[in-house]
Design a protein. Structure first.
Length: 285
């Protein structure tokens, strides 16, 4: 199994990879859009990705589907001087990962209400660098970005649950043909993904210790734990709220001109496996 993943600390990819729980060919990418491009080239089979890059790929004809969730409400907007939101964005420069990322789509939805400059970056880490260098007024991205910028005087411009309720920050996507041919191995992967999601949610202290070792002390355990706790809404399930939010984002992508077709729930999601490994109610919140 060839798995694409991101540097985002609260994705289960890190725990499953460094603990050797899932034996696979792991490949890291800078953005979800880059992951989808790699899937289109046939370089990876399964991936951790925000739902908007997945929707971009499906709209372009990629035969791929979301088979599980991972995290919701993981888009943070931070700034040094934050007044009433979203009016505080007026006339400002806001850095965000690449066009089509979930953070980009959510941020651009606010352009209907206020006028500001969106600056896209190919790597999420570059948003942090330009923010601390004073080249940006606000930054939009993951809890990783939010917590790190807070060390340099930033604060949340708006509560994360209010940015876009239930936004599907990431899910597990797979090529349909690979799913058909490897059903049992993917089922085993999802069982382990749910196990790791539970540990992230219920044992952040333990999770932070593990991830700190993976980072080789680059971030202290307290910083890692703050990242995990900023929006601790981890689960593998695909509840109605998650799905509804994803489809609403696809409508926003239509409005922005990012996709050309109106996708349905069946175009994006396949529930067969996740309902088998997670029959109980969702654990996001």
């Amino acid at each position: 199994m060839r798995i694409g993943y991101l540097s985002t600390l609260y994705h289960t990819s890190h725990m499953l990879r460094i603990e050797n729980v899932v034996k696979a060919e792991w490949r890291i990418f800078g953005t979800g859009v880059a992951i989808i491009n790699a899937m289109e080239r046939g370089e990876i089979d399964l991936a951790y990705v925000g739902l908007t890059p997945a929707i971009l790929g499906i709209d372009r004809g990629l035969d791929m589907v979301c088979i599980a969730g991972g995290h919701v409400e993981g888009t943070a907007i931070v700034g040094r001087e934050c007044g009433a939101f979203p009016d505080c964005l007026e006339g400002k420069r806001v850095g965000v990962p690449s066009r089509g990322s979930i953070h980009d789509v959510i941020l651009r939805s606010y352009l209907e209400h206020v006028d500001f400059e969106v600056v896209n970056y190919p790597w999420a880490e570059m948003v942090f660098d330009d923010f601390i260098d004073g080249k940006l007024d606000f930054a939009c991205g993951t809890p990783n970005l939010a917590v790190l910028t807070m060390r340099y005087g930033a604060r949340l411009a708006v509560d994360m649950e209010s940015v876009w309720p239930w936004n599907p920050n990431y899910g597990i996507v797979v090529r349909r043909k690979y799913l058909e041919d490897n059903f049992e191995s993917i089922k085993d992967f999802l069982i382990k993904h749910e196990w790791a999601s539970n540990i992230l949610r219920e044992a952040p202290d333990h999770s932070a210790s593990l991830l700190e070792r993976y980072l080789r002390g680059e971030l202290g355990k307290d910083v890692v734990e703050r990242i995990l706790k900023l929006s601790p809404k981890y689960c593998s399930s695909l509840p109605e709220e998650y799905v509804r939010s994803a489809i609403s984002l696809s409508r926003e992508m239509e409005r922005l001109g990012y996709i050309s077709s109106r996708l349905s729930e069946r175009d994006v999601f396949d529930y067969e496996l996740v309902r088998e490994i997670h029959p109980q109610p969702q654990h996001y919140k």
